[in-house]
Design a protein around this ligand. Structure first.
Ligand SMILES: *Cc1c(COP(=O)(O)O)cnc(C)c1O
Length: 232
């Protein structure tokens, strides 16, 4: 049987390499995340050693998958879906990093739980809604500087290491590119104001990861492109 997952990952790695070359970027700073939401643990396991990060949208689904995870793989797990505050504790148990911090309330809740559990440092990204689409979560770009300042002030256990966004749900490549470029420019501004390096830019999915890489992405989150279509 053809291992279509391995095949897909190989092709994506090639495209990542070409996009990096086109934009004069060092390939070692770009990581591939396999987004295995709705796909079975078995598929996830066959991808685990071949991707750099695994991503899940839902806390409960990830927790269930962890129970069936008999792998030695140490691939880090990121939460990339919206986090409700009543799932915050479980999210901190299940994931190595939360990419979707988008409010001070959520950040403070995470910080409070970390204080109880004796963890002094936990990495997060701030999710930014660059497209302005109402269906999307994330802080609006105009509020990002304030949010970062508040998180640094009130959430000492959270280490903000980057920004995350979901590209606009449109075909227009110019607009998509603008949105990713906007996140990079915002990162540069926030970095210079805060003194944090904010090294990671999590942007780009199956249909737009090559554009995202050309605009500076350090993590591309690919689901369909690796695992195939999701049952809706
Ligand atoms: C589902 C999802 C992805 C992957 O989407 P594909 O289009 O299947 O590659 C990436 N990021 C987030 C936040 C997602 O929810």
């Amino acid at each position: 049987m053809v291992d279509f997952i391995a095949e897909n990952i190989r092709e994506i790695r090639d495209k990542i390499k070409s996009a990096a070359k086109r934009s004069n970027r060092d390939i070692s700073e770009i990581r591939l995340m396999g987004v295995s939401k709705t796909h079975p643990v078995a598929d996830m396991l066959s991808a685990a050693a071949k991707v750099d990060i695994l991503g899940e949208n839902k806390v409960q689904e990830a927790a269930d998958k962890r129970l069936n995870w008999f792998s030695e793989e140490k691939t880090p797990w990121h939460l990339i879906g919206h986090l409700q505050r009543n799932k915050a504790r479980k999210a901190l148990e299940v994931f190595d990093l939360i990419e979707t911090v988008d409010s001070l309330n959520l950040a403070r809740m995470l910080d409070r739980i970390l204080a109880e559990t004796d963890k002094s440092e936990y990495p997060v990204y701030l999710e930014i809604n660059m497209s302005g689409e109402l269906t999307k979560n994330g802080a609006v770009p105009q509020e990002a500087a304030h949010l970062l300042e508040m998180v640094m002030q009130y959430c000492p256990r959270l280490s903000v290491e980057g920004l995350m966004t979901i590209g606009p749900n449109i075909e227009d490549e110019v607009e998509i590119r603008k949105s990713f470029e906007g996140l990079r420019i915002l990162r540069d501004q926030l970095s210079s104001v805060s003194g944090l390096s904010l090294k990671e830019l999590s942007m780009g999915m199956s249909t737009d990861y090559e554009i995202a890489i050309e605009e500076g992405s350090t993590i591309v989150r690919v689901g369909t492109g690796i695992f195939g279509a999701r049952p809706e």
